[in-house]
Structures are given as C-alpha cells and as structure tokens.
Design a protein around this ligand. Structure first.
Ligand code: PEP
Ligand code: MN
Length: 336
C-alpha cells in the first residue's frame, strides 16, 4: 500500500500515519519528494484503505496487493490445469460442456448423451437442484436427477457438472457428480463456498449477476483458502440496462481474468444471452478471446424442455459450432 501525504503535511501527521499502520502490523518506508511525502506500507495483512484515507494529512492511498492471493497470478504464474479422469480443463484442449438446463428423465438424458458423445463431447451438464426465480417453476428432480447423471457418466464415460445449492446437498453431490457448480445466485454464499473448500472435487463457480471480477475472484479464493485448489471460473453474463439479451455476456472478462488469475475460465453463452440464435456467435467470440471452454445448453427437443428451451441448441447446431471452434482454436493456441 502506498500512502501519499498532502503537500505540506506536518511531521506530526506523518508520524501519526506511521504509528497507525504499525499498529496494524505494517512496516513503513518513507520517501520524501519535493512536493509529497510517500509512505510505503508493507508486511501487514488486511487493512481497510478507507481508514487510512481518513487520517489527517493523507491525500491518497493506493493499494498494491489484491484482496485475493491463491487465485492470483502474482501468487502462481503458470495456468492451472485441472485433471478429471482422462480429461483436462485449462490445458490445450478446449473444455466443451453441453447438456440440458435440467435433468428431466432418464430417456431425455440418454437421448442427449448419445448425441453428445457421438460428437466427442466429454463433459455433460444437467441441473438436479434448480435455482428458479419463481417458486412455482420446475425445481429439479433432486437425488433422482443425480442418479441419472451418474448412470450417464458411467455408461458414456462422461464427466458430469451439476449445481449444488446448499451445504446439505454436498454429500449427495459428491456421490454422484464429478464437478460441483455454484450458480450465479450463490456466488457470494460464503458458508457454501467455505464448505466447498473442504472437498476433493473441482468446483465451477459462476459469476454473480452483479458481481465485479474482483468479487468473483474473492469468491474463488474462499474455496481455495480451504484445501481445494481446483476452481473453474464461468462467465455467464451480468445484469446491465440492456434487455435485448437475457444478460450481457462480458467477453472482456476473459482477457482480464487471464491477466490476473491462473484459474481456468469458461463461458456460458446460453444464460449469457438467453437466445438460441445468439449462442454460437458468442461461443466463437469466447474462444477467440481466450476462454478455456464453453458450457452450452443442448437439448434433443428444446421445444419440449422443462427449463430454458429457448436458449438450448439443437444437437445439429452444437455439431456445427464444434466444427467452427476447430477452426478458431488454433489461432489462440488451443485445440478441440
Ligand atoms: C445453470 O447453469 O443451470 C444456471 C442456473 O445458471 P446461472 O447460475 O448462471 O443462472
Ligand atoms: Mn438453464
């Protein structure tokens, strides 16, 4: 932290600032310029910068270290590659996650899994616990849905992703699912995040509807601060004034995250746009911008889907998208 004193700040004011930060565990390094005195504060842990800004004689406080550590590139420079059985997320191969919004029945999941695995897709999504905006909408099949996911995983050798909504669901999720998803609405459910720091399976954490990138990384940090380093970030669109799409997919979050964090980042253009015809263009954009993969809603009969049919691709549309991504991937050093 750099504390810039106002021009003409008195010795008394400077000494007070030094003793204030010393009390918080910081060492100080003073440099006296022609106009300003600058105090470099190092070594302490957490300080609310506003407490320092309000001290007499202080002009400005500049924070140098970030609020997250384990998730940052300063702490770990190499990209994190998460290995699950014979698959990887964050490496050279793009991670393509596809599947319905929600698990509806065994027949539905079989129909979709068969198509996806014939396309070489290794990751399948499907919610068993659904965070629906209305309490009257379909809430998911619960444990029955998880059992279907496990069956699909075993039969088609696919890695499954499903949302965990609360702490009490964690043991069941661990029994049946490979990657636990934290939904946008739960991104700052700190009790849930802390518990997910104690598990041995990867966690995919979606960006909150109105979360800044820093807040998102701090949520990832909650999980990593336990003993779970396997966190995948998922950009899924944020709330803005624009209502032509369901959310505003923040493609710029990809290079920003890549700059400051070593964690893999994937993009969900289905919830990001809410419209089937916008999913392929935004998927192509995400990969071109450097994302490690995409998570796309695909349904064999979108018109009959119990949830999010309008943003679900038909299998043949996903097939075409994979072909396009094969062309784009090498430009950014990736492959499909
Ligand atoms: C989902 O992926 O099923 C979902 C509910 O997404 P989000 O949390 O991003 O709204
Ligand atoms: Mn959905």
């Amino acid at each position: 932290m750099l504390i810039i004193m106002k021009p003409g700040a008195s010795e008394e004011q400077i000494n007070y600032v030094i003793s204030f930060i010393k009390n918080k565990g910081f060492d100080s390094h003073i440099s006296k310029g022609e106009i300003n005195t600058v105090i470099g504060a190092v070594g302490g842990k957490i300080i609310d910068k506003r407490d320092v800004e309000l001290l007499d004689g202080v002009q400005e406080v500049i924070k140098i270290t970030s609020n997250y550590k384990l998730a940052s590139r300063t702490f770990k420079n190499e990209d994190t590659v998460i290995k699950i059985r014979d698959t990887e997320i964050g490496g050279e191969s793009l991670c393509l996650i596809a599947g319905p919004c929600t698990v509806e029945s065994l027949e539905q999941m079989e129909a979709i899994a068969e198509k996806l695995s014939s396309l070489g897709v290794r990751f399948m999504r499907g919610g068993a616990y659904k965070p629906r905006t209305s309490p009257y909408s379909f809430q998911g099949l619960g444990e029955e849905g998880l059992k279907i996911l496990k069956h699909i995983s075993d039969k088609y050798n696919m890695v499954t992703v499903s949302e965990v909504m609360e702490i009490s669901q964690i043991p069941l999720m661990l029994k049946y699912v490979d990657i636990l998803q934290v939904g946008a609405r739960n991104m700052q459910n700190f009790n849930l995040l802390r518990e997910l720091g104690n598990i041995d399976k990867p966690v995919l954490i979606k960006r909150g509807l109105s979360a800044t990138i820093e807040e998102w990384l701090m949520s990832a940090e909650y999980i990593m601060a336990g003993r779970n380093p396997n966190v995948i970030l998922c950009e899924r669109g944020i709330r803005t004034f624009e209502n032509a799409t369901r959310n505003t997919l923040d493609i710029s979050a990809i290079p920003v995250i890549k700059g400051i964090s070593h964690l893999p980042i994937i993009v969900d253009p289905s919830h990001g746009t809410g419209l089937r015809d916008k999913v392929a263009p935004m998927s192509r954009a995400a990969i071109a911008a450097g994302a490690d993969g995409i998570m796309v809603e695909v349904h064999h009969e979108p018109d009959k889907a119990l949830c999010d049919g309008a943003q679900s691709l038909y299998p043949h549309q996903f097939e075409k998208l994979i072909k396009d991504l094969k062309i784009i991937a090498p430009v950014v050093g990736k492959k499909v």
